[in-house]
Design a protein around this ligand. Sequence first.
Ligand code: PLP
Length: 376
Amino acid sequence: MIYFDNAATTKPCRESVEAVVRGLECFGNPSSLHGLGLAAEQEREKARAVIAASVGAAPEEIFFTSCATESSNTVIFGAARSEGKRKKRIVTTSVEHPSVAVCCNKLEEEGFEVVRIRPREDGSFDAADIISAVDGNTCLVTCMLVNNETGCILPVGRAFTAIKKKFPRVMTHCDCVQAYMKLPVSVKKLSADFISLSAHKIHGPKGIGALYIRRGVHIPEFILGGGQERGFRSGTESVPLIMGFGAACERLSGSIQERFDRVSKLRDILTEKCRSLEGVFVNSREDASPYVVSIAVEGLKSEPLLHFLEQREIYVSSGSACSKGKKSSVIAEFHVPERLRDSVLRISLCADNTEEETDQLIRAIAQAQSSLARIR
Ligand code: PLP
């Protein structure tokens, strides 16, 4: 099997699987006062400390959630509830993941003014465009660090730092899901009040995410009940998944640069091979995250092409996994020509992929070009 769909999800690493199993065996409720509870609580706090350190945060600034989608929903609706009575503007981008975009759409329906910053003609974002959209009526700026469909890196640190200087009370949120453990992520360098993280994109388990909330920043709690996560997110914590998240994070923490260099080389090899095929175009910019490569195979529809590759045990995505066959509006935002938009494939890499695998992918795409029906 050749797995090139790492932006959708990653294969859990051995360390993470073993930690989940240990967590299932360490079955006490972390809120219980006896020894079994204490053991679970200690494991939970160990993982929290590892994850906090990985983004330059303090452990008490990290809250466990069920996924990054929950983290982002909590922030966006929380900011709207706490600040939105007086301040009605939300600044975001036109290329956010649905976990952010759909929340902003909903608030727009409820009367908020949502300003969506678009990429420039060359597919890049200019921090100045984000900064100038923020005014005294803005309650929240939410901007992803790496786009999940093209790998585009957004100038979040520059934008948020300038915004905070001018409007210290504006809340800043960054969806770091596709950047985390791939590029350095520092909450301080980002000037972020909130960041959303997900374990299953970093070779950890599904069903666990984290939300960073800068000390001193307050939004209302999202899930009420027994008061877990210091009253912010009730419900018995999933200690096994938290431990799996911590183990995945610990495994990758020291090797961000080394993996980035390895994946960059692989991306360069892959894009060069793609460009050598007639009718294959690379949509991702050269300065994008090397982990996500968007291509278009002119004349072929994404879905049959994806299944053609699947028959050869090569797994990729069409656009993003979340769009489930729907045409992606994000690809259009990045100025991919209309004639290519139905022909997009997302090849998303991890450090375990090899050059030989890219050869097999390219051979399979070339076969598809000569055997699949063309779009008329
Ligand atoms: N944000 C981005 C950029 C993503 O790519 C994804 C998943 O594809 C998410 C958020 C959602 O993450 P989760 O599955 O943890 O909710």
